[in-house]
Structure formats: structure tokens, C-alpha cells
Write a protein that binds this ligand. Structure first.
Ligand SMILES: NC(=O)c1ccc[n+]([C@@H]2O[C@H](COP(=O)([O-])OP(=O)(O)OC[C@H]3O[C@@H](n4cnc5c(N)ncnc54)[C@H](OP(=O)(O)O)[C@@H]3O)[C@@H](O)[C@H]2O)c1
Length: 257
């Protein structure tokens, strides 16, 4: 405290930061923003399938590094819908030396829209399983792998962000895949929070943003939401992470802030 003013963190510390789905959209905006808050010695691990987009992002980030800010940036080209993709990502993170790291920040951002179709059309188990494998199972397996790689302990801040949606809590006709996956992810992280009080968990619904996913929604449904730039939503998430006074496992929406 300084008089009546509470001094809040202005950095995320010396951080091991993993962002899935970093090649485009919200994940890419987050990567740009997070860089400003990483202390020297931090590691930033960017995960997606598109090698050229990740490489281009890495070059942009390296150009934006401040003088004396030494951050190691890795790209992991991985399909997180596969066992190999999840394992390679955990292995890449595990290889980093963490002697001086004081914060592990895992941002589970990657997701897909899936088919938008009436409930009774989802008769094929494989089609449903394939969607849930990427959007639910891989998030659990990746987070579990990271918890094993960097066991939570006193003195190590551990934060997990689950990129959620208003559709985790609001049912929308024909969106059974997306709504189910987002609701499952919120609950998954509520379980982690009650199981492990050393891990701080945030389910953040970033609001409608101008991304590839929204282009797909427009093409498939004809619905045009009022969209916000990704960087505005990323800034709200970053404020939450820096202040770190959210209640663990809460679901926070862009419009609540
Ligand atoms: N956009 C919105 O209005 C909105 C609203 C609410 C919530 N959200 C949530 O916010 C998050 C980001 O959304 P967004 O709109 O930025 O999505 P997006 O534009 O579709 O980008 C998705 C990201 O995930 C990656 N990805 C997709 N499939 C992958 C796979 N199998 N393995 C690894 N990476 C994969 C993509 O990269 P590659 O193609 O290179 O793999 C891309 O970087 C998602 O969780 C979404 O549900 C978005």
C-alpha cells in the first residue's frame, strides 16, 4: 500500500507462458500483449498448426522486444486434436530450464466452432468424438501434462486461463457442440480449482471479436455480431491477470468488465 493506493503487479514475473492457438485471432493478439508484461528470463511458447503464421508472429514479437528484455520465444507446430500434438507441446515446455521461473501461465485459447446443426443430426459418434477430442479432451490432457511438468509449489505462481464463451452458460439452438464443449471446459477448470488451491484458474469469455471464427459464423449462419478488436479483449484479460484478484474458477465475461 502507498497511502490509500494499492500497488498492483505491473508484470507477470519471470514467466513460462504457453498460448495455444497463437497463430491467429485472439491468441495472436494475446501473444503481442503478454510480451509487454514478461520479465527478462521468461519463456513464451506459441502453439498452433500453421508453421508460417507462428514463424511470422515470432519475428514480429522479436522486433517488439524492449532493450535488455531477454525473452525466449518458441513455436510449437502441433495439432492439438492429436495425442502427438499434445505430447509434443508438453515435451517442448518441459525442455525449458525453469530454475528462476516464478510464474507458469497456461492460456488454453485454441478451439474450433464445429458443425452448427440441429441436435438430431449428430448421430455419428465419430463426428461428435472428433470435436470433443480437440475442444475438451486435449485441453484436459495438455493442462494435466503441464501440471506434471511444472508441479505447483509454494513460491511458484500457477495460472490457467480457459478461453470460454457466453455459450458455456447460455444454450443456443444448433450450437450443441460448441455450447457443450465450452460448458465442459468451465467445469473442468472448476474441478482443478477445488482440487488444487495452488493453481489459479480463470474462465474468460472474450466477447465477439473480429477473427476467423467469426467469419465462419457469418458464413454458416448469416449472423453478424457487433465485433470488437481482439486487442481490446486481450487488454481486459491482461488486466485481470496482472491484478490477480479474481476468484479462482470464476467465469468472467468481456461485457462484465
Ligand atoms: N471470436 C469470437 O468472437 C469468440 C467469442 C467467444 C469466445 N471465443 C473463443 O476465443 C478463443 C479464440 O477464438 P478465435 O476467434 O481467435 O479463433 P480462431 O480465429 O478460429 O483461431 C483459432 C486458433 O486455434 C488454432 N487451432 C485451431 N485448431 C487447432 C488444432 N487442431 N491444434 C492446434 N491449434 C489449433 C488456430 O491456428 P491453426 O489454424 O494455425 O492451428 C488459431 O490460432 C476460442 O477458444 C474461441 O472459442 C471467440
Amino acid at each position: 500500500m502507498w497511502g490509500n493506493i494499492t500497488l498492483k503487479a505491473i508484470t507477470l514475473g519471470r514467466c513460462m507462458c504457453i498460448i495455444t492457438g497463437a497463430s491467429k485471432g485472439f491468441g495472436r493478439a494475446l501473444a503481442h500483449l503478454v510480451l509487454n508484461y514478461l520479465k527478462t528470463g521468461s519463456v513464451l511458447l506459441l502453439v498452433a498448426r500453421s508453421r508460417p503464421l507462428l514463424q511470422q508472429l515470432k519475428e514480429e514479437l522479436l522486433q517488439n522486444l524492449k532493450d535488455m528484455q531477454e525473452i525466449t520465444i518458441f513455436c510449437t507446430v502441433a495439432d492439438l486434436s492429436t495425442k502427438e500434438g499434445v505430447e509434443d507441446t508438453v515435451a517442448m515446455a518441459r525442455q525449458q530450464s525453469l530454475k528462476e521461473i516464478d510464474h507458469v501461465l497456461l492460456i488454453n485459447n485454441a478451439a474450433s466452432l464445429g458443425d452448427i446443426s440441429p441436435f438430431e443430426n449428430f448421430t455419428e459418434l465419430e463426428r461428435v468424438n472428433s470435436y470433443l477430442a480437440f475442444n475438451v479432451s486435449s485441453v484436459l490432457a495438455l493442462t494435466a501434462g503441464m501440471l506434471q511438468a511444472f508441479p505447483p509449489r509454494a513460491g511458484l505462481q500457477w495460472s490457467v486461463v480457459n478461453c470460454s464463451s457466453m455459450f458455456a452458460v447460455q444454450a443456443l439452438p444448433s450450437w450443441v457442440l460448441y455450447c457443450t464443449a465450452k460448458a465442459a471446459r468451465d467445469m473442468m477448470f472448476r474441478v482443478l480449482a477445488v482440487e488444487n488451491p495452488n493453481v489459479k484458474v480463470l474462465s474468460y469469455a472474450p466477447g465477439p471479436m473480429d477473427t476467423q471464427m467469426q467469419e465462419d459464423i457469418r458464413r454458416l449462419t448469416g449472423i453478424q455480431y457487433h465485433l470488437h478488436p481482439c486487442r481490446d479483449s486481450a487488454a481486459k484479460l491482461m488486466r485481470l491477470l496482472l491484478d490477480n484478484d479474481f476468484v479462482t474458477a470464476c467465469h468472467v465475461d468481456f461485457f462484465d468488465l
